[in-house]
Design a binder for this molecule. Structure first.
Ligand code: IPE
Ligand code: IPE
Ligand code: MG
Length: 252
């Protein structure tokens, strides 16, 4: 794919794109490689997608990298995924920082090895003032776990029942301060949420592609954005359409 390829401007760009980066294992299996080789290829692809997101004007990119359920995978795969997280920070942090990427983490860090946890915290601290793209890394993230944490924190803070509103709940989630995702992409064809952003996705648009994550390049991202730009989001309302004679704007 030529680097100089131009992409026609889009009518509307989602502010926040979230990606369930799925299919690394199948990508590796199709090549007779171990699953970890698929995860490594997936990580390399991530670099491309971050750069493309900046270029397309996306402001928030959330990536699902490790779920609370993924701990149940074979020990070797779990420790391999931890190692990959560490390598990515070591290798990519400087460049991401230069590109103006602000790193955030959603999920629970306390279950990670202390040195790895510290590495993540240092990366967040280093990039905290960057404004070009907010990259939220969902690592040891589960939507249910996030809601459980929020409820616990609200109780601990002495929040009274009548104070509980949707806005307040949002403020207690790991994603506080981040707008809800406009577009959620899932690669590898699975049509399920897998415990990802279950609160925040209430009105997200979904885009599922059979392409496996390591193969989901810039062209594929652009295709998803084109698809999104043609969607009509209604948020439970009715479409403001050209009125038929006798129609009233407030009717129906
Ligand atoms: C997604 O790829 C990455 C993680 C869940 C960590 P998978 O490892 O789930 O790949 P498949 O679904 O087995 O192909
Ligand atoms: C979702 O993928 C989690 C990540 C991409 C990190 P999974 O592969 O774990 O989801 P299921 O098991 O197919 O639902
Ligand atoms: Mg999977």
């Amino acid at each position: 794919m030529s680097e100089t390829k131009t992409y026609p401007p889009l009518e509307k760009i989602p502010t926040h794109v979230a990606i369930i980066m799925d299919g690394n294992g199948r990508w590796a299996r199709a090549r007779g490689l171990p699953r970890l080789a698929g995860h490594r290829a997936g990580t390399e692809n991530l670099r491309r997608i971050i750069t493309a997101s900046v270029e397309f004007g996306i402001k928030y990119l959330t990536i699902y990298a490790f779920s609370t359920e993924n701990w149940g995978r074979p020990q070797e795969e779990v420790s391999g995924l931890m190692m990959i997280l560490e390598d990515v920070i070591d290798r990519e942090l400087g460049e991401l920082h230069k590109e103006g990427v602000q790193l955030r983490h959603i999920g629970r860090l306390e279950q990670l090895r202390p040195d790895l946890r510290q590495k993540v915290l240092d990366a967040i601290e280093l990039t905290r003032n960057n404004q070009r793209l907010v990259l939220c890394v969902a690592f040891n993230y589960g939507g249910r776990d996030e809601i459980v944490c929020a409820i616990r924190d609200m109780i601990e803070d002495g929040i009274q029942p009548e104070q509980v509103t949707a806005e307040l709940v949002s403020q207690y989630l790991f994603t506080h301060g981040v707008p809800d995702p406009d577009l959620i992409i899932r690669t590898s064809g699975e049509m399920r949420i897998s415990n990802f952003l279950i609160w925040q996705s209430a009105y997200a648009e979904w885009y599922v592609t059979p392409t496996l994550w390591p193969d989901f390049g810039k062209d594929e991202l652009y295709k998803a954005l084109v698809d999104y730009s043609q969607r009509e989001r209604r948020f439970g309302l009715v479409t403001p359409s050209p009125c038929a004679p006798g129609d009233r704007a407030d009717a129906g």
